[in-house]
Ligand binder design. Structure first.
Ligand SMILES: [Fe+2]
Ligand SMILES: [Fe+2]
Length: 150
């Protein structure tokens, strides 16, 4: 079943929202390939999905760190545990087992839950930090130009 992108998955951080949307697209692509593509093509899409998700985790962790999010340790732990789970799936695939259906089920359930609960929790402080950074850039520019035209 196609995983739908719904407004309650949005954090209001466009860079993160588009990464989450991309992960949802990948999941749907895996779902589609499962029915139409060869085993090799499917394995390729699965690898891409895993790679993309892992780099998304790293990106998210940088944003949380920069914003001083107080629960970053716990959030990183959740990412790590999930990565281990995905690793286990990849090992089973290498051993010749077809884990696609199980993996898809886990990905869909985990991702939606993680975005709505854990990711949503850091959104306010990250938005605040990004806005403050934009303000600092504006203030610096203002200072520079006003000095220039004095
Ligand atoms: Fe996360
Ligand atoms: Fe996320």
């Amino acid at each position: 079943m196609t995983l739908l992108w719904t407004p309650d998955l949005e954090l209001g951080i466009s860079v993160i929202d588009s990464q989450h949307q991309r992960i949802v697209d990948y999941i749907n692509q895996v779902d589609h390939s499962r029915q139409t593509a060869s085993a090799a093509e499917l394995a390729e899409v699965l690898d891409e999905l895993v790679d993309y998700t892992l780099s998304h985790f790293a990106f998210e962790e940088t944003l949380m760190e920069e914003a001083g999010y107080p629960f970053i340790k716990a959030h990183k732990k959740v990412h790590q545990l999930f990565t281990k789970r995905v690793d286990a799936f990849q090992q089973r695939t290498k051993a010749g087992e077809d884990v696609t259906e199980e993996l898809l089920h886990v990905l869909k359930a985990w991702l939606v839950n993680h975005i709505k609960r854990d990711d949503k929790d850091y959104s306010a402080i990250v938005i605040e930090n990004m806005e403050a950074a934009t303000e600092r850039v504006k203030a610096r520019k203002g200072g520079f130009f006003s000095r220039l035209f004095k």
